[in-house]
Write a protein that binds this ligand. Structure first.
Ligand code: PAF
Length: 290
């Protein structure tokens, strides 16, 4: 496994792979890798060779009061996990390799990034799209792999990719969960023991929606009421938002339609967590994927 620290070197390696007709895959990460990230890597390895995993804690996607400085960094453990999976390349640039002095450009996808996570974290998606576009430009992969846990992020990246005619196919992979259903996230490491136990309620609240949908409920207000009954009963958890939105426009819906997300964000202790369920119409019924 080769560890690459500079843009020039990464571009050269990627260019050589493309010239020899190899199918390059990119898994962008901010490190502190968990089973969710590793599942993206395994999926990338099924479809691509070589696979590049980028590790870059992107300062531009953290607000001034957010956790950039204390965001978990675990390079040696990440390297060992990726070596174990026989990943070909790790792209781990220092901050000024991605944002050299004088860097001024930002990428904004209008509309989709102002609500939900965007409302709670102004500027977050602008930082995400800026770095993702840079990574896609540097590596120019045929496929790039993202987790569905960050559903709004994925939708915005898909929109950017379509709008800018990017060549990479954006592959969306399932959420990987802990045994109690908690979606895997690098931020789970912040949870103290009691909060970790309480955090399982996010999944249970999405399960409540799944149960209601399976009994025929289609009304978004009533589905969200079921979710809130479960979530708000846990005193250690404070809800930021819970909404049912169209999967394409991310606008709230009154009733279930072809494809929707239940999107959820809550604070557990000092840690902000997100989760979601995808609801898709299949004939007369709806399937809910957690
Ligand atoms: O999902 C993440 O870990 C980050 O937002 C990403 C896509 C690696 C960009 O920094």
């Amino acid at each position: 496994m080769e560890i690459i620290h500079t843009v020039a070197w990464m571009k050269q390696v990627a260019e050589e792979a493309r010239r020899s007709d190899r199918i390059l895959g990119l898994v962008p990460t901010m490190g502190a890798l968990h089973e969710g990230h590793l599942s993206l890597v395994r999926e990338a390895q099924k479809q691509c060779s070589p696979v590049v995993v980028s590790i870059f804690v992107n300062p531009k996607q953290f607000g001034p009061s957010e956790d950039f400085q204390k965001y978990p960094r675990a390079f040696e453990a990440d390297r060992a996990a990726l070596e174990n999976l026989r990943v070909d390349y790790v792209f781990a640039p220092p901050p000024d390799e991605i944002y050299p002095p004088g860097f001024r450009t930002a990428v904004t996808v209008d509309g989709l990034g102002d609500t939900l996570e965007g409302r709670s974290r102004p500027g977050h998606f602008r930082g995400v799209t800026t770095v993702v576009l840079k990574l896609l430009e540097i590596v120019q992969p045929r496929f790039a792999f993202f987790g569905r846990k960050d559903a709004q992020q994925v939708r915005i990246i898909q929109q950017m990719s379509a709008d800018l005619n990017l060549d990479a196919t954006i592959v969306v992979c399932p959420i990987v969960r802990e045994p109690d259903g908690l979606a895997m996230s690098s931020r789970n490491a912040y949870l103290k023991e009691g909060d970790r136990r309480a955090a399982g309620v996010l999944y249970r609240s999405l399960e409540a929606v799944r149960r209601e949908v399976s009994t025929g409920e289609r009304n978004a207000t009533r589905l969200l009421a079921s979710l809130r009954r479960v979530l708000d009963a846990e005193p250690a958890v404070s809800r930021d938002y819970a909404e049912i939105v169209d999967a394409d426009t991310l606008e709230p819906v009154m009733a279930l339609r072809k494809a929707c997300y239940v999107l959820l964000a809550a604070r557990v202790g000092n840690t902000r967590l997100i989760d979601n369920a995808l609801i898709e119409q299949a004939g007369d019924s709806f399937t809910v994927t957690l």
